[in-house]
Design a protein around this ligand. Structure first.
Ligand SMILES: Cc1cc2nc3c(=O)[nH]c(=O)nc-3n(C[C@H](O)[C@H](O)[C@H](O)COP(=O)(O)OP(=O)(O)OC[C@H]3O[C@@H](n4cnc5c(N)ncnc54)[C@H](O)[C@@H]3O)c2cc1C
Length: 672
């Protein structure tokens, strides 16, 4: 069945949006899964060829069409991660296949040019204007919307607008926010406390919905969807795990022993910090190897790495099971979402979530910089507001944002130690142009910076290259209704060993004019995650690079097939029909996703140092470095802190330093 209102018009940035294409219907399984149905499908990464062709595609992006995507039509405004088109210029420079032509001067002179309009770049611009209210600022970014990782997905289903987050999800742990972060959020009208009213903490419990686990036959020999309610002893027997794995899992969750008996607490901590969680389970606990598969992805979402990389001490802090018998002190209370779904290292509830995630934070910052571009007032208006692209880059305006533009060169006009100005060249539609700045903040990723400038020494270049970002895929599936979840009494599904880590009903947040699904017949967003890696045992950076390669190999059809398979399997027995019940799918692919966070046991220098970021983020002349990379901390508050730090460095502001690594005091791991 196809309903035109469910089918978003082909995204103007993506000329190859397949809608329903014949190659999706090649097998009986594909037809049963509904691969031939007309739904809204989006594909950027595979829509454009690599190398020169991708560059040409980037160059051919018409400004007017990009503007339309950002401005008027909410359906098309959700940018689906980083496209090869947006990365094309830097990739071609990296590969040595492209040298930007000589820049044509625009004649524009700014007090500050910010490279990168993610949250860190926006925060830097905000801080600069706070310290110098009359400053003229330009922000440059290759994407077609502001916000970097913080992007919105919008859908129209059955006459209703349904919103999801395409990237950065929630404001995490306000308890750890520095004064700078608190002040900046307050100044742009974001009051985290208000989420206590907007987030319906009892939404799932009122409906008796609980988390569950889907065991795929291909992985565990038998398929089963098991609701995880109460003691493990009550639900583990329903799993297809073998007898020893069941015993071990029950013990690990319900009554873990002291597996390091006879050692002092200090010795236990030292041992746990030197082994991975995987080794702890398999070697120290002696758990059945099936539990290796069961737990392998349990640390990925928080740390961006699997149990083969994450240290046992971090896993303890994260609430992974198996430690309660050790008698360790000092762990913050287990923080759960009100429904008990999320367990994390942080002390706060996980409720600080706008319907479009931190895209609203980006819009709030943008609104403070260019009020005309983001109409309205107050945090409640943010999730539904559309950015007016026509207002972003207006001549004479004190702050301008230039999208679909890639900075390619940054050099002082004279000796960096004494120069008064910096020239920034950027590529827009295949042409290189230049602007002149009194100061520059590089709020792009660390690994990009060495390609922009020849003014850095080898040691700093090496330190900048140490940041290897974690790739992630966030897929939003719009279901026409969530009756299957109601029937199975589930709110979220973890799927060990499957392509996707799991699928969760979206966060129950209603604010402003936006209302989250109430009745089971309402459409809802289901959120799927994949954090592709390499082979277990490889180091984190190698795995991230392998994950990026996987992203370039897999097609939109591959992702869709895996999506439909997961839902068909996990929701079988609940009258779920993927061919009938899926209204839209958006894949948000973040090849350059989470900032790399240092972790033991792999990063032996952590936390004592010296840390690579100290050398990497050192500013020079009139240039400073921001981005969450320069905090080695993959959070919105880190992105803001680093933007603020960079500006205060540039202006010599004597205000208190921003706090860093404000993580929990567990084993000293998150503290320096
Ligand atoms: C999928 C995902 C989920 C996340 N979830 C959360 C969460 O729930 N909570 C949380 O606090 N954090 C989360 N994060 C972490 C997130 O990275 C940070 O919170 C924050 O948004 C990072 O902002 P940033 O400005 O430092 O980097 P980015 O958002 O990456 O912005 C950098 C910008 O620089 C631009 N750029 C790159 N090269 C150039 C160039 N040559 N010229 C010009 N511009 C360039 C990029 O296009 C990009 O827009 C998540 C990240 C991802 C990927």
């Amino acid at each position: 069945m196809s309903e035109p209102e469910d089918n978003h018009p082909a995204n103007p940035l993506n000329s190859t949006d397949p809608q329903s294409s014949p190659d999706l219907t090649s097998t009986a399984e594909d037809r049963a899964l509904g691969m031939n149905r007309r739904i809204a499908r989006r594909d950027f990464l595979n829509g454009v060829a690599y190398g020169a062709a991708a560059l040409a595609a980037q160059a051919s992006l018409p400004w007017g069409r990009a503007a339309a995507a950002t401005n008027a039509a909410p359906i098309q405004s959700s940018l689906l991660g980083q496209s090869e088109a947006s990365n094309a210029v830097m990739h071609a420079i990296r590969d040595g296949t492209y040298t930007p032509p000589k820049a044509a001067p625009t004649g524009e002179i700014y007090d500050l040019v910010v490279v990168g309009a993610g949250i860190s770049g926006l925060a830097a611009a905000h801080e600069f204007r706070r310290l110098q209210p009359k400053a003229r600022i330009l922000l440059i970014d290759p994407l077609a919307d502001v916000g970097g990782h913080a992007q919105r997905n919008t859908f129209k289903v059955g006459g209703r607008t349904v919103i999801g987050y395409g990237g950065s999800q929630s404001l995490q742990s306000p308890s750890y926010f520095s004064p700078a972060v608190k002040e900046m959020l307050h100044s742009v009208s974001i009051e985290p406390k208000k989420f206590e009213g907007y987030y319906d903490g009892d939404w799932a419990s009122r409906r008796q919905l609980e988390p569950g686990t889907y065991f795929d036959k291909a992985v565990f020999g038998r398929s089963a969807t098991v609701r995880r309610v109460g003691k493990a002893a009550s639900w583990v027997p329903q799993t297809p795990l073998n007898a020893k794995a069941r015993r071990d899992l029950t013990e690990l969750i319900d009554a873990p022993r002291d597996y390091l008996k006879g050692r002092s607490e200090a010795e236990k901590r030292a041992l746990l910090s030197k082994m991975t969680y995987r080794d702890y389970l398999l070697k120290t606990v002696g758990a059945d190897p099936q539990l290796d598969t069961y737990f392998a992805d349990s640390t990925r979402e928080y740390f961006g790495a699997g149990t083969d990389i994450v240290g046992a001490l971090d896993a303890w802090a994260n609430g992974n099971p198996g430690f309660d018998g050790l008698g360790l002190s000092g762990r913050p209370d287990k923080a759960m979402s009100p429904s008990g779904r999320l367990l994390a290292t942080d002390p706060d509830k996980y409720i600080y979530h706008f319907p479009d995630g931190n895209a609203s934070v980006a819009r709030a910052l943008l609104r403070s910089l260019i009020p005309a571009a983001v109409p309205g007032q107050g945090m409640e208006t943010l999730p539904l507001v559309n950015v007016s692209a026509a207002r972003l880059d207006v001549s004479g305006q004190p702050v301008r944002v230039r999208l679909s533009s890639t900075a390619v060169r940054v050099r002082h006009l004279g000796d960096p130690g004494s120069a008064k100005q910096v020239q920034v060249d950027y590529v827009y539609q295949g042409e290189t142009r230049s602007v002149v700045a009194g100061r520059v903040v590089l709020a792009c990723w660390h690994r990009v910076i060495p390609y922009l400038t020849g003014e850095l020494g080898a040691a700093q270049v090496g330190a900048l290259r140490d940041q290897v970002k974690v790739p992630l895929i966030y897929t939003n599936v719009v279901l026409r209704n969530w009756r299957a979840f109601e029937k199975l009494k589930l709110e979220a599904i973890t799927s060990p060993g499957h392509f996707w880590i799991g699928a969760d009903l979206d966060f129950p947040v209603s604010m402003g004019g936006y209302t989250f699904a109430q009745k089971a017949s309402d459409p809802v967003v289901l959120h799927l995650r994949r954090i592709p890696g390499g082979q277990a045992g490889q180091d984190a950076r190698t795995q991230s690079n392998a994950g990026r390669m996987e992203m370039t190999r897999l097609t939109l059809a591959d992702y869709e097939r895996q999506t439909r398979r997961l839902l068909a399997g996990a929701l079988s027995g609940a009258d779920f029909d993927p061919a009938r019940d899926i209204a839209a799918i958006s894949n948000n692919r973040w090849a350059h996703g989470y900032t790399y966070e240092y972790m033991r046991p792999n990063d032996a220098y952590w936390p004592a140092g010296p840390l690579p970021i100290t050398a990497a983020r050192r500013g020079w002349g009139r240039v400073a470095i921001a981005n969450s990379d320069s905090g080695a901390y993959a959070y919105t508050h880190s992105a803001i802190d680093q933007g603020v730090r960079a500006v205060r460095e540039l202006l010599g502001a004597s205000e208190p330093a921003v706090s860093e690594f404000p993580g929990p005091p567990v084993g000293g791991l998150k503290l320096v």
